[in-house]
Design a protein around this ligand. Structure first.
Ligand code: SF4
Length: 636
């Protein structure tokens, strides 16, 4: 069969490959979705999906793999060493920088690691009969660039006639064209989502049996079409309702081959929607969506599945694989459908553990439905605790909304693993001061992780850098260390760098970093012990309220609110404007209510922003019902 499969048996079989370094504990949703879709379009087509990254994780050890997979640059250095051994001294510099504070990876060493990875990769490449496939596709997301290129290069050395197609979030629009000049082993690139273009490509290859005679296929850039002047085309499904349930059998079959002490319970990836509804054009705004975001380049608009479709997929997948952890891969859940989806999931009566990314504007009642359905962890688009900065980020949210959803998560026992973006270009001292001030009110809630802004190709900041005080944009210099000069200068890479007051940004955000570190430490300390309670909580005596405020290094304090004070505090469990408060308590004059509200803010029991008030304490009762104590025990 070797090397002649295509001529004898044209396109009866294709291979889809995902190389390191995606999270090892999940099957690839890209491979699972494409395999399921292609199987419905071509019932006689055999699709082999290789979740090869799992094999590498098993070989080098899950802990080591995880650390590497969480750091893009670190991940790219390993296969870069194999691809461009002559650049080792430059690549090693990146590796050293990225491993500072990571003794596990540093100890493993770049050369040893690269050798181990080479061995397992080459065994896989050499033992697979690539000639039996009429087409091999690679899904390339962040962290997978050098590993994919290594595989393509090695496979093409053995099977020069094999057609290779690549796609994924690493390639978008015009940046796909130059690829053929520097990586001639690649035959086709999918621009945008893969289902329709890949199906048409398969159909074409079946009919013509040649990639030389390729005509124009929407969404496919080929060696041939890339040379002409026509713009890069795009083709996506109108709705997601034709998408079958993802097919993850290949991942689970591989896992079954591991020895018992190397097996584990994976998380199932699922998708409800594609795209981001926040990226809809907003009035006269110059750009849509969040200023830093380039997550949706492969999609146009926003599409979501019906609640019935989602519930039945989760039901089928969890039953089939006997797994109860599910991560929704969506950038943003739909607003309208979410309630029905999570109500439906709740009705399955399965003890699922769900993860999703949501916006800070998600209403409380939907959060409650999500919690009841099994949402255990969320990533909220918090990004900042300064309303001034949130405006620059075009988040469409305010600090008081962010604090409110952080409080709801704390109360409902939903782990909130969200980010605080530092060093955003154009942020200034006033943004920092506001952040520091508001951080004081966030301390009772699960700490945010600070992340440094990075410039994404295609993001609004990248498109209009001048508006954010950026003087010049260019490929990130780490690519210059990894790739030879002719590749570096020919390609537009996904991670960009820029010139423009970087030193100032680093300096002004230092105090925030320091404060976030203290926050993390104190939060852990205040939750130590088997009977942990929330940092700021209240118990309701129906006519009075007792608020308990825990602090590090000092006595905890308690406050009693009686009668109307209690009623106002409870009314502001969701943020309310002064006008609403006055209207709700018509018998009480403003000059009596305002001093009370100010006193609450002074004591950090309430937060105030632009005349809106939010009570910060959470009821002890619902915190304990939500499993608060055990959750925090597990994390401290
Ligand atoms: S960060 Fe999230 S909400 Fe903002 S544009 Fe990107 S996907 Fe949409």
């Amino acid at each position: 069969m070797k090397g002649k499969g295509r001529e004898t048996d044209p396109l009866k079989r294709i291979a889809l490959v995902s190389t390191p370094w995606p999270l090892f504990s999940r099957p690839s949703i890209q491979l699972g979705t494409l395999k399921a879709y292609l199987s419905t379009q071509f019932p006689d087509l055999e699709v082999a999906a290789y979740h090869f990254y799992l094999k590498v994780a098993e070989t080098i050890g899950y802990n080591l793999y995880q650390v590497i997979s969480e750091k893009t640059w670190l991940a790219e250095t390993v296969y870069a060493t194999l691809l461009f051994p002559e650049r080792l001294k430059y690549i090693e510099k990146v590796f050293c920088r990225e491993t500072s504070g990571n003794p596990l990876v540093r100890k493993a060493g770049l050369k040893t690691l690269a050798n181990k990875v080479k061995k397992v990769s080459d065994v896989f490449i050499d033992s697979t009969d690539w000639g039996a496939f009429g087409l091999t596709g690679f899904s390339v997301c962040l962290c997978q660039l050098t590993s994919t290129l290594y595989f393509i290069k090695r496979i093409k050395q053995r099977f020069p006639d094999l057609s290779i197609v690549i796609g994924g979030s690493m390639f978008a629009d015009e940046s796909t064209r130059n690829l053929f000049q520097v990586f001639p082993e690649v035959d086709f690139v999918v621009n945008g989502e893969g289902e329709l273009p890949l199906s048409q490509l398969v159909r074409h290859l079946r009919d013509s049996q040649s990639h030389e005679e390729i005509h124009t296929i929407p969404g496919i850039v080929s060696q041939k079409t890339a040379n002409n002047e026509t713009p890069v085309s795009f083709s996506q499904m109108e709705t997601l309702s034709n998408l079958p349930t993802p097919e993850y059998d290949d991942y689970f079959n591989l896992l079954k081959t591991f020895s018992p002490h190397k097996t584990f319970f994976p998380t199932l990836p699922a998708e409800i929607s594609r795209g981001c509804w926040w990226r809809r054009q907003q009035g006269a705004a110059k750009y849509s969506g969040c200023a830093f975001c380039n997550l949706n380049l492969q999609w146009s608009g926003y599409r979501s599945k019906s609640p019935l479709q989602v519930v039945s997929e989760i039901d089928n997948l969890t039953t089939k694989h006997e797994i109860l952890s599910v991560a929704f891969m969506d950038n943003l859940l739909p607003i309208k459908e979410s309630e029905d989806i999570f109500t439906g999931l709740g009705k399955l009566s399965k003890d699922v553990r769900l993860f999703a990314e949501i916006r800070a504007t998600t209403p409380r009642h939907i959060l409650e439905t999500m919690r009841a359905a099994g949402i255990h962890e969320v990533q909220i688009g918090i990004e900042a605790l300064s309303t001034r900065l949130l405006k620059k980020l075009n988040k469409g949210t305010t600090a008081i909304q962010n604090l409110e959803i952080m409080k709801h998560c704390e109360e409902l026992g939903i782990a909130n693993v969200s980010n605080l973006i530092l060093h955003f270009p154009g942020s200034d001292l006033l943004d920092v001061e506001e952040t520091l001030r508001n951080l004081e009110f966030a301390l009772p809630f699960r700490p945010l992780r600070f992340v440094h802004f990075w410039l994404g190709l295609g993001s609004p900041v990248w498109q209009d850098p001048g508006a954010f005080g950026i003087k010049a944009v260019f490929n990130h210099p780490n690519y210059a260390a990894i790739f030879p000069p002719h590749i570096f200068s020919s390609m537009n890479f996904m991670i960009q760098a820029y010139r423009g007051k970087l030193g100032l940004q680093k300096k002004i955000w230092q105090p925030v970093k320091k404060k976030v570190r203290i926050w993390k430490k104190e939060y852990a300390e205040l939750h130590r012990g088997p009977l942990s309670t929330p940092i700021l909580s209240f118990r309701d005596g129906m006519d009075f309220l007792i608020i308990r405020q825990k602090r590090v290094g000092t006595e905890h304090s308690t406050h009693r609110l009686v009668g109307t004070s209690r009623a106002i505090y409870l009314f502001c469990q969701r943020h309310r404007s002064l006008k609403r408060i006055l209207a709700h308590f018509p018998g009480i004059a403003e000059d009596r209510i305002l001093p009370f509200l100010r006193m609450m803010v002074d004591k950090k029991l309430m937060f105030e922003e632009n005349g809106r008030y939010l009570s910060l304490a959470i009821p002890v009762k619902s915190a304990s019902n939500s499993g608060f104590s055990s959750r925090n025990r597990a994390n401290t």
